[in-house]
Write a protein that binds this ligand. Structure first.
Ligand SMILES: [Zn+2]
Ligand SMILES: [Zn+2]
Length: 458
């Protein structure tokens, strides 16, 4: 088929006109959505802040998030979602699982999953806030511990509730299926897996996209930050039980002291990253707990070490694991430990978190939407971190595109003080972590609702 030049110009003009009309229609509907989202968020903000402060004062440990999950289920039902409760299957805990999913079907279109983690940490809160937690709970280990939402999962849950309210009111502005998930046990890294082991994607529509947010003490409240591609590292948990031969403290020659051996192992483990891993590869090895002994004049039987490894590459992770086994064993042999008392080293496979890879196409699609809804100055780019998250599991080894963004939670004053003093603002997992609720929740609900509308409105 041949086309005369004048005809060609006519067709190009027609196509350009159609394109411009569509673009301006799309941007008009986007900005209409932005206004509607903002109005709904402002209307709901006072009750969301109350929801947050109540939840903050009543945190629940990993594997025990029953009341938090009940609260989410109630809110989702009220917003018109179909709700499934008690999803999850643990290998390590016999407790009733507390995963909750809400499904809102709204015609043909893609399925978007949004996940909020629900669990708190065994930390005694020292923020001095009027709604600070004073709660104590019995941990899986049987020990009573203080509990605090020191990772801000209460911000995540409250944002999820806000998104449920906004999206159910804006049903005329989108098509498809929205799935909201309250995920248990992120801090123990077995929560996302427990949902999948309990056939999550057979019980809800399998998502085309999965989204999450995490609050941050390094980003000002009112802003978010984004990382395309690799965002968070793989996290691996290992236990080393250093065994000895017990005896009287006055007769070390008749015993084999596992405390001295454990100290030796810990120091040698710190040479793995510095001496065995290439400086071009990222890796962290932290011995997070050491428990052993019961009385000062007894040489104990054993000392337990809990180790956390971080890496981005599988071969680096394998090297770290093998080096922990090699060093523990060699140090014990060097201390004259008999073969049958060598350390027992275990990798806790069901508490492994894969590296979080933020889908690059989603980054390209969501960034302009965030900038339009929040203002360009409130959307920053962020470098990858060595922190870990089990959210990546929900992407089924990158077959479903996932995206997590950082939600600013710090007051400008706190950030200014940290910069001036050189002492970091109390951050995630700190007893002083205190998000600024109003701007943080406002931004969290606006940003996540905007992302959902961007993916469901086309
Ligand atoms: Zn955490
Ligand atoms: Zn967290």
């Amino acid at each position: 088929m041949s086309i005369a030049p004048r005809q060609l110009i006519f067709y190009i003009t027609l196509l350009l006109g159609a394109f411009l009309a569509q673009t301006s229609l799309a941007s008009a509907s986007s900005s209409t959505n932005d206004i509607a989202v903002r109005q709904l968020v402002e209307k709901n903000l006072p009750s969301l802040i109350t929801y947050y402060t109540t939840l903050h004062a009543a945190p629940e440990l990993s594997h025990q998030e029953a009341h938090t999950a009940e609260g989410i289920a109630q809110e989702l039902r009220f917003a018109g979602f179909e709700v499934i409760e008690h999803i999850g299957k643990y290998e390590s805990s016999k407790l009733k699982p507390s995963g909750v999913a809400g499904v809102l079907k709204n015609g043909p279109g893609p399925t978007v999953l949004i996940r909020a983690d629900m669990d708190a940490l065994p930390i005694e809160e020292k923020t001095g806030l009027p709604y600070a937690s004073t709660r104590r709970m019995t941990a899986d280990s049987g020990v009573e511990v203080p509990v605090m939402h020191a990772c801000g999962h209460d911000i995540h849950v409250t944002s999820l509730v806000g998104v449920a309210r906004v999206m159910s009111k804006l049903k005329n502005n989108w098509h498809g299926t929205l799935v909201l998930i309250g995920q248990p046990a992120e801090e123990t890294m077995d929560g996302a897996l427990s949902l999948l082991h309990d056939n999550l994607y057979g019980r809800i529509p399998k998502p085309d996209f999965a989204l999450a947010l995490h609050d941050s003490a390094d980003v000002p409240a009112g802003s978010i930050s984004l990382t395309p591609g690799y965002t968070l590292a793989m996290s691996t948990q290992m236990d080393v039980t250093v065994r000895g031969v017990s005896g009287h403290s006055s007769r070390p020659e008749a015993a084999k002291d596992p405390i001295v051996l454990a100290a030796n192992i810990i120091m040698q483990l710190q040479t793995i990253v510095s001496r065995e891993i290439s400086p071009f590869d990222q890796a962290v090895l932290t011995v997070g707990t050491i428990h052993g002994g019961i009385k000062r004049n007894i040489i104990p039987d054993e000392v337990k070490l809990e180790i956390n490894l971080r890496a981005y590459k599988e071969d680096v992770r394998q090297h770290l694991i093998e080096a922990v086994v090699r060093i523990s064993r060699a140090a014990a042999l060097g201390a004259g430990m008999p073969e049958d008392r060598l350390p027992v080293v275990r990798v806790i496979e069901n508490e492994f978190a894969p590296a979080l890879f933020n889908d690059e196409a989603l980054y390209i699609r969501l960034k302009p939407a965030f900038e339009r809804a929040l203002g360009k100055a409130h959307v920053a780019k962020q470098d990858p971190a060595m922190a870990g998250e089990d959210f990546g599991h929900l992407g089924l080894e990158r077959s479903i595109p996932v995206f997590m963004f950082w939600l600013g939670a710090a007051t400008p004053e706190a950030l200014g003080k940290a910069k001036a003093s050189g002492i970091a603002n109390p951050g995630l997992h700190s007893s002083g972590f205190a998000p600024d609720p109003e701007p943080t929740l406002r931004t969290g609900v606006i940003a996540m609702s905007t992302a959902a509308l961007e993916l469901l409105a086309h």
